[in-house]
Ligand binder design. Structure first.
Ligand code: PHE
Length: 449
């Protein structure tokens, strides 16, 4: 069995794939705008601390379970312990993670489709295909369905090709492209009037906000969503790692890449908002807070690009290519969760599993597009506000309580015995057992009250 499973061919392949999963819409639009409305660098500071003291240990829990069990999320969790009760609990948590992954992908693919539409729109303008530009700029059902369908089809095609030829090959191509586009855009935006005010809003901390519970809650939610935790994505990627790859170091590198990317995206988005303001575009809503979320991406930024003439069309093209690529590498990691279950538990071939799971998820997306007002926000909050933190706790509990301390340490330090003697790794098993689940639960209870 073990030899038939896919495997990442190199550390860098794993790193780019895991960072590809982590770096997504959450980094490029979620993080910068949350930072802007929550005290600038104060949010950044709290976010960085939480990413390293809470999200990183939880990420390590998922990667460790994955590599130890070398299986999809359901099989991994239900076979960690011989006890029938724990097997059943593992099965339930595994099915929960699979379900949340499926529903996150169903709304993520819709948003990815919008990004693709915004990418095609300036391309059509540049090519003077006016009819296409108008259709792709409309909010019609057919546009949303078709664009979501194209993103889903790309995701299915990549996943059907397997771990090395699909996930790894495409992440290795797309992630450097993503970074270059981001840097290029930052360079351009900094030549524009107003950019420095944005930089100041981002980097000068409002220290009075540091202890604010609302700020801490949003920073934790952001850290969990951003590191793709709680849905079995990191678990399955961990299961494709080689035995001797250094888990703690790879996990730390993924966390650094993810937070580094979020930070860098802030260097683009915040200055861009202030450049837009300097050009007379309204960037504050009626309560005087900065416009965030979809309105920022689909109104403020396009208005800014429009103001910039021909350069604007190229910028729009680059920006929405950036968003589409970021969304695609996250979407493939979400589809891998059900596909690995179908391949390993139902003996399906990978292409069939990809087509079937991707097809079912696309149907759910269509349903959400059709009943948008009733379903879209509900699905987002059920999966990200409730599902992810609770499953995150469950995965820490499995790593901390079900895996024996020695098994945990042995898996962590495989091929790297020096890891076992470090102070951090002596306390980590205790940490995922008690501290991590309690902290996540406390924050969760506070946030849903
Ligand atoms: N981490 C991705 C982002 O920041 C979203 C994601 C969540 C991907 C859960 C996979 C699993 O956009």
């Amino acid at each position: 069995m073990a030899t038939e499973r896919g495997q990442f061919s190199s550390k860098i392949g794993f790193l780019l794939a895991a960072a590809g999963s982590a770096v997504g819409l959450g980094n490029i639009w979620g993080f910068p705008t949350q930072a802007a409305s929550n005290g600038g660098a104060a949010f950044l500071l709290v976010y960085l601390i939480l990413a390293f003291i809470l999200a990183y240990p939880a990420l390590m829990a998922e990667l460790t379970i994955g590599r130890y069990a070398r299986a999809n999320v359901i099989t991994a969790l239900s076979e960690l312990s011989p006890s029938p009760l724990l097997k059943r609990a593992g099965l339930a948590v595994g099915i929960g993670a699979l379900t949340v992954a499926v529903f996150i992908l169903s709304f993520y693919a819709i948003v990815a489709g919008w990004m693709l539409a915004e990418f095609i729109s300036p391309a059509a303008q540049l090519l003077q295909l006016d009819g296409l530009a108008r259709w792709v700029g409309s909010q019609s059902f057919s546009r949303n369905a078709l664009m979501c369908g194209v993103m889903s089809a790309l995701t299915i095609m990549i996943i059907a090709r397997g771990v090395e030829q699909g996930i790894e090959a495409w992440s290795t191509r797309l992630m450097p492209a993503l970074f270059l586009i981001l840097l290029g855009m930052i360079g351009y935006v900094f030549t524009q009037a107003g950019a420095l005010a944005g930089l100041r809003a981002y980097l000068v901390p409002d220290l009075t906000r540091l202890g604010d519970p609302a700020l801490i809650l949003s920073a934790m939610g952001q850290a969990f969503f951003s590191l793709s935790l709680g849905v079995g994505t990191m678990l399955i990627y961990g299961s494709y790692l080689r035995d001797t790859d250094n888990l703690p170091r790879l996990g730390a590198a993924v966390t650094l890449l993810d937070t580094g990317f979020a930070f860098t995206a802030g260097l683009l988005i915040l200055p861009a908002i202030y450049v837009a303001q300097a050009q007379g575009i309204s960037v504050f809503n009626t309560e005087g807070t900065l416009i965030a979320g979809p309105d920022l991406i689909f109104q403020v930024l396009p208005a800014l690009f429009d103001n910039m003439g021909a350069a604007g069309s190229w910028l729009a093209l680059a920006f929405f290519a950036l968003m589409s690529i970021a969304a695609l590498t996250s979407a493939i990691s979400l589809l891998e969760v059900p596909v690995s279950v179908a391949v390993e538990r139902c003996s399906m071939s990978r292409p069939t599993a990809a087509l079937l799971s991707g097809g079912v998820i696309f149907m759910i997306s269509l349903l959400i597009i059709w009943q948008f007002d009733a379903l879209f926000n509900t699905v987002i909050s059920l999966t990200t506000v409730y599902g992810q933190p609770l499953l995150g706790v469950a995965l820490c509990v499995f790593a901390g309580w079900v895996l024996h301390r020695n098994q945990l340490l042995k898996e962590l330090s495989n091929g790297h015995p020096e890891i076992e003697s470090t102070f951090f790794w002596r306390v980590w098993p205790f940490y995922v057992k008690f501290i991590c689940p309690s902290l996540i639960l406390i924050t969760f209870v506070q946030s849903v009250r």
